[in-house]
Design a binder for this molecule. Structure first.
Ligand SMILES: C[S@@+](CC[C@H](N)C(=O)[O-])C[C@H]1O[C@@H](n2cnc3c(N)ncnc32)[C@H](O)[C@@H]1O
Length: 371
């Protein structure tokens, strides 16, 4: 099987690295998806269980040119759908079209579904469509259709611990990528001075304790009858064995009392409350005597004019704080175009990352190199 792992713009390289660490060194990134060849159900289970920053795990069933709807219908009809979908399967077709002759989503969807049903009905006699869900993705890019079966279901960013609503939280997958892009290791202090619902400190703790992000949730493929039944079980066993206990110093802070309560609650649910201190505190008032620590934050970014000035003031304040904590590495994700000017220093590194569809920069401000 060929698997595809979609990744948010700007973090493809992080997902590739995570795959490498998991034992998949020869992957290829194309159009925001990382392709992993020669996979089995064990790999499907492992990628769903362990990938921290991929968005989902898709099985690529076919790829063909689609100059018109006949070609779309024929291409989908050539797939042996009975190998994948059982008589009771609920088939959901989702579509994507980029720079292609076929772009009407509703028509692509109905031609796709008709082609699948017309393969299955002669084999099964009838389709009940009251069982497990099979989400079939038709991704048409530059007139090439890629037919993919989604093994994940609810996206991989939903680890299951974040249940309380909060304004503008980071996706867990993005938070994990931001952490992977830092020099942090679990021997160092980690802080997020604008922690909101707690995503960054919690993801840091999960990574440090090697708690698999998929351990406390289910995936769509687990309900399918075509799957090797041992795959999910052995991935869960591997995940339970991987967990370690270690002393950590992870600190989250926020000026909003409600945020701090939610963050604590989420940390409890994620099983990492014992290693994170959450404080109700203005970031500007932060003091520490830790050396070689790392702060990762996405500070507030106002959409309205007044809020924007506040966001600039926050950037100026963080520049001042950075100068008092001179062995620290600071990382900020912000869409503010003049963040560096406000911070008072050019960033050592700047990467573009999309957060909730907004183009942001991820700024690295290094402390001095340890001597
Ligand atoms: C964009 S949100 C962070 C979201 C967070 N990463 C998450 O995943 O939930 C920014 C947070 O900064 C907090 N904040 C705003 N000004 C602050 C300040 N001066 N000091 C500390 N926290 C502040 C807000 O209350 C808000 O929770």
């Amino acid at each position: 099987m060929k698997l595809l792992v979609p990744a948010a713009a700007g973090i493809e390289a992080v997902v590739k690295r995570q795959l490498d660490v998991l034992g998949y060194p020869n992957t290829r990134a194309v159009n925001g998806r990382i392709a992993v060849e020669n996979c089995t159900w064990t790999d499907v289970a492992r990628l769903n269980m362990f990938l921290r920053s991929g968005e989902r795990v898709l099985i690529n069933l076919a790829e063909f040119n689609v100059p018109d709807f006949d070609a779309l219908y024929d291409g989908i009809s050539r797939i042996c759908w009975c190998d994948w979908i059982d008589r009771c399967g609920r088939i959901i077709v989702v579509t994507k079209s980029v720079d292609s002759k076929l772009f009407a989503h509703h028509s692509i969807q109905s031609v796709g579904k008709k082609a699948i049903v017309n393969v299955l009905v002669p084999k099964y006699g009838f389709l009940a469509e009251n069982g497990a869900e099979y989400r079939v993705e038709l991704d048409i890019t530059h007139n090439v259709c890629s037919v993919n079966l989604d093994t994940t279901g609810v996206g991989l960013h939903k680890r299951g611990y974040r249940t309380m609503p909060y304004d503008a939280p980071l996706k867990e997958t993005t938070a994990a990528a931001l952490i992977d892009l830092t020099v942090w290791n679990p021997d160092k202090t980690f802080t997020d001075l604008f922690c909101g619902s707690g995503t960054l400190p919690i993801e840091a703790a999960l990574k440090a304790l090697r708690i698999a992000p998929g351990l406390n949730r289910h995936f769509a493929y687990e309900q399918w009858c075509c799957v090797d039944a041992n795959a999910a079980k052995s991935a869960a066993e591997e995940a339970r064995d991987a967990r370690v206990e270690r002393k950590l110093e992870i600190i989250g802070g926020d000026v909003n009392k409600y945020a701090v309560e939610i963050a604590r609650f989420h940390a409890e649910r994620a099983g990492v409350a014992h290693c994170i201190k959450f404080n109700l505190r203005k970031a500007q008032d932060f003091v520490s005597n830790s050396s070689y620590a790392v702060n990762v934050s996405n500070p507030p970014y106002g959409e309205r004019l007044g809020d924007k000035e506040e966001a600039r003031q926050t950037a100026r304040d963080m520049g001042k704080l950075y100068r008092t904590l001179d062995n620290w590495n600071f990382y900020f994700l912000s869409p503010l175009p003049d963040f560096e000017r406000q911070f008072g220093r050019r960033a050592d590194k700047k990467r573009y990352i999309y957060n909730a569809g907004i183009k942001c920069s991820y700024y690295t401000f290094n402390g001095p190199k340890p001597v």
